[in-house]
Every structure is written in C-alpha cells, then in structure tokens.
Design a protein around this ligand. Structure first.
Ligand code: 6PG
Length: 503
C-alpha cells in the first residue's frame, strides 16, 4: 500500500522526525541525496520495529518518492536552511508535485525566506513550514513545533504534527517524558500550535533561539564566576546547578550544563570542559534575532550581548595576546563566603533570565504589530514548556502572565515577575558589582540589569541626546511641556539662541 508521508533529508533531525512519525503509525517514503543516510534510517527502523511490518521505505529519486505516496502528496523536508530548501522544492516540481500537494519545511529557515517561498511556489504546491525545536532527542521523542503558513494545509497535517510533538500534563504544565522507541505519548497537551501566516512560525522559532543564546550565555557567566571567582571545580559547579535545578531555575539547559561539567575526558582524565576549546560556534538564528531586534527597535540587549559573547570568544588569538598586555583589577578576593556568592548568583541568574525572556517576548510582540501577525503569546509560552531547548518550569509562569493579560506589553510589568525581581534584585546587583570589581566579564548579566533599570526609568538621558542632535544637526526635539508632535529647534550658532517651533 502507499505511504502517508515522503521524507526528504535524513540527517540527525530528519531521521529522528521520520522515526517519530513511524512510531505514531505513519508510513514513510524516505529520500536523501546521501544514500548512506537512507540506509541508516532503514536499519534503525528495522532495529526498532522488531517483528512489526516495515515503516520506512527507501527511495532513490524524487520521482520514486512521489510515486510511493497517496494523493494528495505530503512531503516533509529536513535539509539545511537556505539554498537546499529551494533545491528540493525545484526537484519536486520537476518530479511532478501538484498544486494540492503540501511540502513542509522543518529546518531553521530565515523567516523572510519562508515568506518569499510561499509566494514563489503559489499554484505549484502548498508551501508550509513547521519550525522544530528540541534537538535530536526532541525530534525522536517529542519536539516543540511552531507551524505557520496556509491554514488549510495545517488542518490537513495537524494530526501528524500534534502526534510527534512533546506533550505537557495539562494539570501541572510539566512535560510528559518519553525516551523509548515505540509507545508514543497520546495523552497531554501537544506542543504544536498554529502560529500564523507564512514566516511567523520561523520568526517565533528564531526568537526562541535568541532567548536560547541568552539563557546559555547567562549560565556560562554563572559558571565563569564560580570557576574564576571562587576557584570551584567543574564537579562542584555541577552540584550547584543540580541544586538550582530543583527551584525557579529548573530547566533543560541547567540540567545539561551540570552533565557537561561532570563529564570526564576519557583521553586525559581531566574534566572535559577544561579540554573543550573556548571558541563558540553559531549557525545564524541568534544573530538574526539580534539584527531583527535592532530593526524593529525592540531592545534585546541580553540576547544581543550573548551573540557578541560568541563573537568575542572566537577572537581567541587576540584574547591570548591581549591577556599578556591588558591589566585587570587587583581585586582577586572580595572577602565573601562561597555560599554567599553562590546564593547571590542564583538570584542574579533568575532576574537576568526574566529580562532575557521579557526581551524576546516584547520583540515578538513588536514584530507582530509590524507584520500584521496575530500572535498568541500564552500559546507560544505553552508550546515551549516541553520538547524545546529552552523548556523550563519558568515557561508556566510566562503562560499564566499572558493568560491573565494577552495585551501585556512586557513581562517585567506582570505582577508576578515584577514581584520576583523586586524580591531578588539586591543579590543581582551585588553579583554585577562584585564580578565587575574582580574583572570577570558578565555582558549578559549586566546588560540585563541595565535593561531592567532603563525600562523602569520614567526619565532617561535621551533628553540630553536630543539636545546634542539638535545642536550639530538641527534634528529638532519635542518639549515635555507642549503638545506631542510639535518640534522645536535652537538656533545654536546665533548669539541669541532663540528657540523656534518647527511644525
Ligand atoms: C533547537 C535549537 C536548534 C539548534 C540551533 C542552535 O531549538 O532545537 O535551537 O535549532 O541547536 O540551530 O544552533 P547554533 O548554536 O549553532 O546557532
């Protein structure tokens, strides 16, 4: 009989998504340019299905793949973002894909590419996208999915994507775990919600990754303070993270950080983290978030600073050379107890994390206004509660904040979060002050604090800035005592320096 889904691109993510679909009862026709990848997927299926009938069927061409599918065809693709997505689309057009067929892009595509693709392929097939978060394990056992595009396409494919999504216990908001092949999780709320028009799902996934960058960098700065400032061993730091994982900071990223810190290098017997070269890689999504935040004018300094931190890390040779020239402070001891520093650090991480999420959500909200998307922020927080990389207990509080007030302009002013920061901020400030005194770089912590202090300032020094602009460029300024919209200018070069109304 015919297959339900054609699957193209069987890399780590693709293979696991295909196996997840197979677990949920879908028959897959699979193709990859690299035939070894097809073979690996078939082998894995054989291993996992045991005596059950075959679930994944190999194809050697796009035409064969389409011929194995029931009509209308559904093809899911998992290939690198950019050119490869269009290559596959063109190959499928050549192979005879039809107007009523659906192609679903699951990669980390740039959202503007997605918008263009929907237009470009109109009438040839239905181009739909489902951004996927959760890495290999999420793809295999339940990911967080951010679908967007043609609504009709979504109604057709929603059941299979809801089936492979991570599930949340509706009572507690906590993930329902699945780690074994077979036995899909059928109960619970699926982490897959239609996000909106073409591009919006990839935009939301992009911001998810921006937040991911900030969250990771904050954890790394906390690690650095303990490692450099307190001379703790990686295993001791892992213990602190495990402790933190029991409370407000509970999250997948804290949990895996502890595991990385506990890992011993099998070759040298050293803590692995000491052997890993301190040059961070990146594939683009964090950078895109930072660029978009600048374009939209949605201040996201903690996210942006996390991208800069990766860039700075790659200047390894410069840093090594500079470390021999540039002096830091003489303070290497603050006379604080280790326990004191660690508990301050906990609060600093928590407050900074709230700011990073506040930035990400405000960015989405401002971008949505600009692009005419009707984003449901409670819904977005909900699908990030399980399956994705930033999954955390914390997302439940964000869900509740937006359920209470769907128009909330910034998470910081939600009563719960406002109260949390009010309670924890003194330790946050101490952490930033102490780390600065010791010369430990804390770009993410300090940018979050400056963001918080700016956001809660009724008056900022932009008044002087407007004066400067008017002085050298006649850029004009508004007055606090006159109706808005009216602009004024000082004739700076004249002796009288008259102030004139411009419009
Ligand atoms: C996820 C991840 C995933 C990937 C990113 C990050 O949500 O599952 O974000 O999409 O790991 O591409 O990659 P970089 O750190 O390499 O930019």
């Amino acid at each position: 009989s015919l297959c339900d889904i054609g699957f193209i691109g069987l890399g780590v993510m693709g293979k696991n998504l295909a196996l997840n679909l197979a677990d949920n009862g879908y028959k897959i026709a699979a193709f990859d340019l690299d035939t070894e990848k097809v073979e690996a997927a078939i082998k894995q299926d054989e291993l996992e299905r045991k005596d059950q009938p075959q679930r994944i069927f190999p194809c050697t061409s796009y035409t064969e793949l389409l011929s194995k599918l029931s009509s209308p065809h559904l093809v899911i693709i998992s290939v690198p973002a950019g050119g490869p997505v269009d290559d596959v689309c063109h190959k499928l057009i050549d192979a005879g894909i039809q107007a009523d067929d659906i192609i679903v892009d699951t990669g980390n595509s740039l959202w503007t590419d997605t918008v263009e693709r929907e237009k470009r392929y109109e009438g040839k097939f239905l181009f739909f996208t489902t951004a996927v978060s959760g890495g290999e394990v999420g793809a295999r056992f339940g990911a967080s999915l951010m679908p967007s595009g043609d609504r009709y396409a979504w109604t057709r494919i929603a059941p299979m994507f809801k089936a492979i999504a991570a599930k949340v216990d509706p009572e507690t908001g906590k993930p329902i775990e699945r780690h074994e092949p077979g036995n899909p999780v059928l109960e619970g709320e699926p982490c897959a919600t239609y996000i909106g028009e073409a591009g919006s799902g990839h935009y939301v996934k992009m911001v998810h990754n921006g937040i991911e960058y900030a969250d990771m960098q904050l954890i790394c700065e906390a690690y650095n303070i303990m490692r450099t400032g307190l001379s703790m061993t990686p295993v001791e730091i892992a213990k602190v993270f495990r402790d933190w994982n029991e409370g407000e900071l509970n999250s997948y990223l804290i949990e895996i950080s502890a595991e990385v810190l506990e890992q011993v290098d099998t070759e040298t017997n050293q803590p692995l983290v000491d052997i890993i070269l301190d040059k961070a890689g990146q594939k683009g999504t964090g950078l895109w978030t930072a660029v978009s935040s600048l374009q939209v004018g949605a201040p996201s300094p903690t996210i942006t600073s996390a991208v800069y931190a990766r860039a700075l890390s790659t200047l390894k040779d410069d840093r090594v050379a500079a470390s021999k020239i540039l002096k830091g402070p003489d303070v290497s001891e603050l006379g604080l107890s280790k326990d004191e520093v660690i508990s301050q650090l906990h609060d600093a991480l928590y407050c900074s994390k709230i700011c990073a999420y506040a930035q990400g959500f405000q960015l989405m909200s401002m971008a949505a206004k600009e692009h005419g998307w009707n984003l449901d922020f409670a819904g977005i927080a909900k699908i990030w509660r399980a399956g994705c990389i930033i999954r955390a207990v914390f997302l439940q509080s964000i869900t509740e904040a937006y359920e209470k007030d769907e128009e909330l302009s910034n998470l910081l002013i939600d009563p719960f979060f406002a109260d949390q920061i009010a309670k924890f901020q003194s330790n946050w400030r101490r952490t930033v002050a102490n780390s600065s005194m010791m010369g430990i770089p804390i770009g993410a912590f300090s940018s979050a604090l400056a963001y918080y202090d700016s956001y809660r300032s009724a008056v900022l020094p932009a008044n002087l800035l407007q004066g400067q602009r008017d002085y050298f460029g006649a850029h004009t300024f508004a007055r606090v005592d006159k109706a808005s919209g009216k602009m004024y200018h000082v004739e700076w070069s004249s002796k009288e320096r008259n102030i004139t109304k411009i419009k």
